[in-house]
Write a protein that binds this ligand. Structure first.
Ligand SMILES: Cc1cc2nc3c(=O)[nH]c(=O)nc-3n(C[C@H](O)[C@H](O)[C@H](O)COP(=O)(O)O)c2cc1C
Length: 163
């Protein structure tokens, strides 16, 4: 195998394709597409998401101290694309795409009910790494489609047709 220098900004693959939903202290809901997302602690269970400060959602996440990571199925592709290319600054994109919301159990943010897995997180730390601020979220609760969960709560990810 012969190697040449690769692009450092896009060298890690596959990347996550999740929707992060959030709510401002005034009650407004929003969601954005996020590729900077990953596990960051097994015990206690934690995930992190990277948000660019210029995103409208950034301020909602910062002030509420929580967010929900929603895993996305291929049949949600159009909604994912829209939420990842339009800002709440220019209108209520959740309403435009008729995104179904439900209340979370523990955090003050909506869950996207048509996504098969929703991970409720409370922010315990954050670090500005460069272009993104990485928010470390302690997982408070995981909602998983009952059709794909074993008795022990393990999710059969082979049943999700990921983007
Ligand atoms: C595939 C994909 C991945 C993205 N990943 C991120 C990300 O990790 N962090 C981020 O801040 N924005 C990311 N974005 C961009 C935001 O989703 C986009 O700017 C969105 O319109 C912001 O919405 P808001 O201003 O309503 O918060 C991504 C967009 C796409 C399409």
């Amino acid at each position: 195998m012969s190697k040449v220098k690769g692009n450092m900004k896009t060298c890690l693959n596959p990347v996550a394709k999740v929707l992060v939903s959030c709510r401002g202290l005034n009650g407004e809901n929003n969601a954005l597409a996020v590729g900077y997302c990953g596990n960051c602690s097994y015990d206690p269970p934690m995930v992190m998401v990277g948000i660019v400060p210029s995103r409208y959602s950034y301020h909602l996440i910062k002030e509420s101290g929580c967010f929900v990571v929603n895993l996305v199925d291929k049949n949600y592709q159009e909604t994912f694309n829209y939420l990842g290319s339009h800002s709440k600054r220019d209108g209520d994109k959740l309403a435009v795409m008729k995104v179904n919301l439900a209340e979370a159990k523990y955090v003050n943010a909506p869950i996207l009910s048509d996504c098969p897995v929703n991970i409720e997180c409370t922010i315990v730390d954050s670090i500005v790494t460069g272009s993104h601020e990485m928010f470390v979220g302690k997982i408070e609760y995981v909602h998983a489609d009952s059709k794909m969960v074993s008795d022990k709560g393990n999710i059969d990810f082979s049943q999700i047709n990921f983007l």
